[in-house]
Structures are given as structure tokens and as C-alpha cells.
Design a protein around this ligand. Structure first.
Ligand code: BEZ
Length: 388
């Protein structure tokens, strides 16, 4: 009899508590992924999403007690469509945070929309210097790099090797232009001279006429920024034109990251600079690589790391504000003093919210970008024009 009464009381208490618990459970956190899922950067967008989801899944699918709900837009790496695309996430889906994107031009449109609307934005690739320069803001962060950083690191390497003349070749948009400017600044400071800057429109891959021009100019070195499908074609065409034997090809590491299977022997021996590489052999990186390979049956690349770290950065900010994204200043303050435990190595954020990180010198050996040294230690974004 006593037992029955106790059970009835317990049931009544549960019935009362249930609506309360429901009312108190935090609403889902709406994450808007705006990435390229088609076009020359499609593989990059997929790797970023994989990395992001891996970290979230490792946290049991929740950050700061809030379950994650994803909203996705394929930005096609198309700047003219970027404002409409980002507004689908901000105005239609009412996301709490934006994650995107790969292409600098599209990322700049996202940064403008984030600044205007106050939506949190973490950029997991797009390196446009302006995002952490004049467009910097309390609610905008980057988990990747700024375009001039890998180029600057490679300019220092080329100058130290006492190379005197360089020709640059890239796509004519922010990423290519700024990568080349970074290279040129460091190379010329070290005594070299960029004798010709060759460009073609993004995402054009008709390289033949420009390769003929390089052969005629005979510089000591060629510096390049290409990524994704375009990088695969450029490396193959450079080798097929017979240039690989006579003029060393140096690149920002995107040239050979996530592309080596498709490039084959044409990439063998190439030197690049990047904030990630293979065989870092740290406990953190090894665990990340094993988890990534097990989940996706793929080897991770720099884009996967940047996606993973975007999720880690979101977690740090959200934990500091107990999941309340409206507390932007406190969210930013937590990230500004954080040490982010990345597979690439620990990094901090500069005052403009860009990673301050080591740039590795890597050489392609077989199917790996083997780290052979540090080209630039704790390199910070110059953050020109950033006022916060
Ligand atoms: C960019 O547009 O910023 C970019 C694209 C691919 C790789 C690296 C940078």
C-alpha cells in the first residue's frame, strides 16, 4: 500500500516536472554553413563541413548545452550570388552563427552581411585580407589565415635561398592578388625581384599561353597561388610543359593540399608553405587524423583542420556565454584570450581575430606534404586598417 502511494507521488512529481524541463531545455543552435559544394572549390567546402561536424560530434552533438541544427547553402564560389545566398541564412533561416566560406570574394560579402546584421561569423578559409583588416568586427573571426600570410612565408624562403628573379602566376581575384603581394613583399625585402605578375580570371584553367611566357622569361623561380581543381590542372600542365625540370615551382600550400592523389608524379618534390602539413607527429594531430579517417574514410587536409577549428572556436565562445550568442562582447573576449588547441599546433587570435600561427615549409614526397621546417614562426596578420 505504502509502495503504491510512493509510486503515485513520484509519477505526479514527474508529470509536473516534465513541462518545466521542456520549457527550460535550451533551443537548438542554428548553424548556417555557406560553402562551395559545386565547382572548382567543391572538395574544399566538403572537407570544411566534415571537419566542423567531426568536432561537434565529438562533443555529443551539442555545444554549451545546445543541440546543433544545420542549415546549408551552396555558394558555388560565385561572388555575384553571395549577398542573396547569405541572406537566405540570415533572413530566411534566422541562423545564430554563420560558417563560411572558401572563396575570398564570397567571404567578403558574408563579412559585410554579418557586420550589418550583427550575426556571428567564423570564416573557415576565405583569406581576404580585408576581413581582418578594414572589415574587422567584434562578431567576425577567422580559423584559417589571411591571404598574404603563406605568400609572405614563401617569399622569405625564396630570398634565403638567394634566388634573384621571380615570376608569379595566379587567378585575378583577392586570394591570388594578396598571396602574390605577400610573396613579393618578403622576397623583395630579402633582395629578390618579381619581374612579371601573370594572371588569368577565376576559375579559368587555360594556362598554356602563360606557361609559354614563363619559359621565355626564364626566372629563377615561379611563385603561384591556385587551389582545388585549378591547382590539380596547373601542376600537371607545368610539368607537361617541361618547366618543372628547369624552373622551380613554389606555392602557397593550397597548391598541393587535398590534391596530391589527382596530381600524381607531377607534384613530386614541390615546395610550399602553409599552416598545416603531413607527419606533424603530435598527439593532437595524430588523434585528429585517425578520427577523421575513421569517420569519413578520407585523409584530412588543411580545409578539414580549419573546419574543425571553426567548431572549436565556436565552442570556446559559446561556453563563455553559456550558449547565449547575443553576448557578443563576452563571446569575443573569450576567444581573444584563448589558446586554440588545433591539430596544426596551438594558435592564438590577433586583435583583428585572425590566427597567429606558424607557417611550415613542406615538400611533396609521394602522396604527402611532408613538413621539412618552419618557414615563419608565429606569423601575425598585419591587420592593416582594422579598428575595433
Ligand atoms: C580564397 O579565395 O581566399 C582561397 C580559396 C582557396 C584556398 C585558399 C584561399
Amino acid at each position: 500500500m505504502k509502495l503504491l502511494r510512493r509510486t503515485a507521488l513520484a509519477l505526479a512529481a514527474t508529470a509536473l516536472a516534465a513541462p518545466l524541463a521542456l520549457a527550460q531545455s535550451a533551443p537548438k543552435l542554428k548553424v548556417g554553413l555557406m560553402l562551395p559544394y559545386t565547382g572548382t572549390y567543391a572538395a574544399l567546402g566538403n572537407a570544411i563541413e566534415n571537419g566542423f561536424r567531426l568536432y561537434i560530434d565529438q562533443q555529443g552533438g551539442k555545444l554549451a548545452g545546445r543541440e546543433i541544427e544545420y542549415f546549408k547553402v551552396d555558394d558555388e564560389s560565385a561572388p555575384p550570388k553571395a549577398t542573396d545566398n547569405v541572406n537566405k541564412l540570415i533572413k530566411r533561416d534566422h541562423v545564430d552563427v554563420l560558417i563560411g566560406t572558401v572563396h575570398s570574394g564570397v567571404a567578403m560579402a558574408m563579412a559585410k552581411a554579418a557586420k550589418d546584421s550583427g550575426t556571428l561569423l567564423i570564416v573557415p578559409n576565405g583569406g581576404a585580407d580585408a576581413i581582418t583588416g578594414p572589415m574587422c568586427a567584434t562578431n567576425i573571426f577567422r580559423s584559417s589565415f589571411s591571404n598574404s600570410q603563406p605568400g609572405y612565408a614563401m617569399g622569405e624562403v625564396a630570398a634565403k635561398k638567394k634566388l634573384k628573379t621571380a615570376v608569379t602566376i595566379t587567378w585575378k581575384y583577392a586570394a591570388g592578388d594578396e598571396s602574390v603581394q605577400g610573396f613579393k613583399e618578403a622576397f623583395e625585402k630579402g633582395g629578390g625581384k618579381v619581374v612579371k605578375e601573370l594572371t588569368l580570371p577565376f576559375p579559368n584553367v587555360e594556362f598554356q599561353a602563360l606557361l609559354t611566357e614563363i619559359a621565355a622569361l626564364k626566372p629563377d623561380v615561379v611563385y603561384t597561388f591556385f587551389a582545388g581543381g585549378g591547382a590539380v590542372k596547373f601542376v600537371k600542365d607545368y610539368a607537361a610543359a617541361g618547366l618543372k625540370k628547369s624552373i622551380p615551382l613554389y606555392g602557397a600550400g593550397f597548391l598541393t593540399d587535398g590534391t596530391l592523389d589527382a596530381q600524381g608524379d607531377a607534384a613530386d618534390g614541390l615546395l610550399t608553405t602553409l599552416h598545416y602539413g603531413d607527419e606533424l607527429n603530435t598527439k593532437r594531430d595524430t588523434e585528429f587524423r585517425l578520427a577523421y579517417a575513421k569517420t569519413f574514410k578520407l585523409q584530412p587536409d588543411v580545409y578539414a583542420v580549419q573546419g574543425y577549428d571553426a567548431a572549436q572556436m565556436l565552442a570556446i565562445g559559446l561556453n563563455a556565454v553559456k550558449g547565449d550568442v547575443s553576448q557578443k562582447a563576452a563571446f569575443a573576449a573569450a576567444l581573444e584570450k584563448a589558446k586554440i588547441d588545433s591539430p596544426r599546433g596551438t594558435f592564438t587570435l590577433s586583435r583583428s581575430h585572425n590566427p597567429v600561427q606558424d607557417f611550415y615549409l613542406r615538400q611533396v614526397v609521394g602522396k604527402e606534404n611532408k613538413v621539412i621546417g618552419i618557414a615563419s614562426k608565429a606569423l601575425a596578420d598585419p591587420a592593416r586598417g582594422c579598428r575595433m
